[in-house]
Design a protein around this ligand. Structure first.
Ligand code: CA
Length: 461
């Protein structure tokens, strides 16, 4: 190679390298983090008005992101909400309307493998995908997180877990089954919430150079109400034992989110990370775990606002506004298409058409002034409870009772039934609800209800 040609060659190579670096920087795909709390009440965090449970880390998250004031989940209890979140579809479309019983030999009770998860979509798009925490989408081998799009998994497969102990035996009951790492039982010594926070930070460090999806599903503050002294000591002044434990368990989640955000900051990943925080349903009835849903009516298991309207934040520094609220109704189903859009993943048209969730980015960026959803729907028990929200109005239908109509803009507590005075609206909203209901199938499996708990069925699930 002549000197001239050598220089020319080197110039071309350097230009190509520079161009590739620029392209990579411009095309850096954002990380996606979904932090899910379990049975956290509407009023149990500082950014939602809690006075007795300081949550400085979650409050900072809200202050640096967008808080949804009408943020909903697609079901008032655990597993169906997770099925909707994972698929971006109303889970009743594919029969996932109840909690699966914990039974590794049960091939049916779990998220049907015919459905595509956000983890599959992002993994296929080049993402490292990690599940940490509660799964509750089936215990059979084909329902395992590693078979549903996650490349790594740390946590438990059931609907809840003891926070301090597990039995390392194959016959262990649901709440003491072994914690698993990538499908293999491991001995866990830490308070479970702290263990999940530790694993979340380690996952982020392992994948600091990749785009990643982290699904961090804390089981707190779901029962059993258990906390380490570290968190209980912060609430010595609370005399109500259930509220004290709820505060301690929520404080542990708040610390975990703080550790996670610190890790992102240290690795300079904050502005490359789209993060969602929400609860899977409202606080339970009968003060099961000391949660509060004020000023909302109702609780977990119900389709009044207390069961389905939850603390819900989205944060993407530098991209989304900081410290704002977004007031139009959004739903957990929107996380799938929003994450896919942020990741620049093109969804197959057949999959895109099936989604009920919508990409919220144009709405959050002010590029769309229309509401994300014309209406939102809920159904439980194959048709025992129904609700539809349309603009400011909400219709609630309970089997065997007259429909109720509420104006949520003036009556967030659903205390004033407008149905008798607005038969026109009741008829129109009922027709829309029925049209949606006709698209659904009956539940594929029933929730496990031990006879002793039958009386407490609504509150216990
Ligand atoms: Ca739950």
């Amino acid at each position: 190679m002549s000197e001239w040609n050598r220089r020319d060659f080197l110039r071309t190579v350097s230009a190509a390298i520079a161009s590739s670096v620029c392209t990579r920087a411009a095309e850096r795909k954002p990380n996606i983090i979904i932090v899910l709390a379990d049975d956290l009440g509407y009023a149990d965090v500082g950014f939602q008005g809690a006075k007795d449970i300081p949550t400085p880390n979650l409050d900072r998250l809200a202050a640096s992101g967008v808080r949804f004031t009408s943020g909903y989940v697609s079901h008032p209890f655990c597993s169906p909400t997770r099925a909707g979140l994972m698929t971006g579809r109303y889970q009743q479309r594919f029969g996932h309307e109840n909690n699966p019983k914990y039974d590794p030999s049960d091939a049916v009770s779990g998220l049907p493998v015919s459905e595509t998860t956000i983890a599959q979509v992002l993994r296929d798009g080049g993402y490292a995908t990690g599940h940490i925490g509660k799964w509750h989408l089936g215990a059979a081998p084909h329902h395992h997180p590693l078979k549903r799009g996650f490349s790594e998994s740390f946590g438990f497969l059931g609907g809840g877990h003891d926070y301090f102990k597990a039995q390392m035996t194959p016959d262990a009951k649901e709440y003491v089954i072994p914690i698993q790492r990538d499908g293999k039982p491991v001995e866990e010594k830490e308070y479970l919430t702290d263990a999940f926070s530790r694993e979340a930070c380690a996952f982020v460090r392992r994948h600091a150079g990749d785009p990643f999806l982290l699904y961090l599903a804390y089981n707190a503050p779901h029962t059993p109400q258990q906390s380490s002294e570290k968190y209980l000591d912060r609430f010595a002044h609370i005399t109500d034992q259930k509220r004290k434990l709820c505060a301690a368990m929520t404080s542990a989640v708040d610390d975990g989110v703080g550790r996670l955000v610190s890790t992102l900051r240290e690795l300079k990943l904050e502005s490359d990370t789209l993060l969602f925080f929400l609860s899977d349903n409202g606080g339970p009835l009968h003060d099961v775990n000391g949660t509060r849903n004020d000023p909302l009516r109702g609780a977990k298991g119900q389709v009044y606002e207390g069961g389905i309207r939850v603390p819900f934040i989205v944060r993407w520094p530098g991209r989304l506004a900081a410290g704002k609220t977004y007031d139009r109704p959004v739903i957990s189903l929107d996380i799938f298409p929003t994450a896919a859009a942020a990741a620049g993943v093109n969804l197959a048209p057949a999959l895109q058409e099936k989604l009920d969730g919508v990409n919220l980015l144009p709405h959050l960026l002010g590029k769309s002034s229309s509401p994300p959803h014309e209406r939102l729907f809920w159904r439980t028990g194959g048709g025992v409870l129904f609700a539809v929200r349309e603009n400011r109005f909400k219709l609630v239908r309970i089997r065997g009772a007259s429909p109720q109509l509420f104006d949520l803009e003036t009556d967030i507590a659903e205390s004033n039934d407008l149905a008798p005075s607005r038969p026109d609206l009741v008829a129109k909203m009922s027709a829309n609800l029925e049209a949606w209901n006709r698209q659904l199938i009956p539940p594929l499996f029933e929730s496990p209800v031990p006879p002793a708990n039958r009386a407490a069925r609504v509150s216990e699930r």
